[in-house]
Design a binder for this molecule. Structure first.
Ligand code: ATP
Length: 195
């Protein structure tokens, strides 16, 4: 059984997955997969370099993710090109990790779960949700970036209502970490029953 865990920026995906991990559940992180497929020596990095030129590499010949982000932010066609290149490779990487999992069920955590084919791997979708004010204040505290930047990331992500509509379960992460742990223990017990 694979539970897909998603939520907006700063909603608490990592906090939630850390708690499941402490209960012995394997966590497969789509962000880790998306970084792995563009590591030095990976075919996708060669394709990216051929397409965008050496400007997207840093002095160590690693992908300059900020530079690439800047390019695709300004050009939707380039964004589509990049997504068509990377999404199948990320999906394959995730699939390999899911198949290697040994815990009674596992969690696939991904900010893009609902926007990509990644949701097709999952038996059910768990959304972690917070009021936007809290989402912004927690992200501000964590990242020290501007409120404007956070709001533009929220605007670029799937709409909160649409995300919630696709949820099988919702965790409202508006309390303390202790409260979050209690909510997750209830879900964990339920998931174990379903295995
Ligand atoms: P991103 O999509 O940006 O990776 P995320 O959804 O993984 O974010 P977290 O990093 O888990 O979000 O949480 C954002 C911040 O809020 C972190 O600093 C985290 O420690 C804090 N946080 C999460 N949940 C709680 C909580 N219940 N109480 C207090 N702080 C929390």
């Amino acid at each position: 059984m694979i539970i897909g865990l998603t939520g907006g920026i700063g909603s608490g995906k990592t906090a939630v997955s850390d708690i499941f991990h402490n209960f012995g559940i394997d966590i497969i992180d789509a962000d880790v997969s998306s970084r792995s497929v563009v590591e030095k020596g990976q075919p996708a990095l060669v394709d990216i370099q051929d397409h965008f030129g050496n400007d997207v590499l840093d002095s160590q010949n690693n992908l300059d993710r900020a530079k690439l982000r800047e390019i695709i932010f300004q050009d939707p066609q380039e964004r589509v090109w990049l997504e068509e290149l990377l999404h199948p490779k990320i999906a394959q990487h995730i699939k390999d990790q899911l198949e290697a999992s040994k815990s009674p069920y596992c969690i696939l955590v991904s900010p893009l779960l609902l926007e990509t084919e990644q949701k097709n791997f999952c038996s059910s979708v768990l959304v972690v949700d917070v009021p936007e004010e809290l989402q912004i204040s927690r992200t501000l505290k964590r990242d020290g970036v501007s409120e404007e930047q956070i709001k533009s990331i929220i605007a670029a992500q799937i709409d909160r209502e649409q995300r919630l509509e696709q949820a099988d379960q919702i965790i409202i992460n508006d309390g303390s970490l202790e409260e979050l742990k209690k909510k997750i223990l209830v879900l964990h017990t339920k998931y174990l029953d379903q295995c």
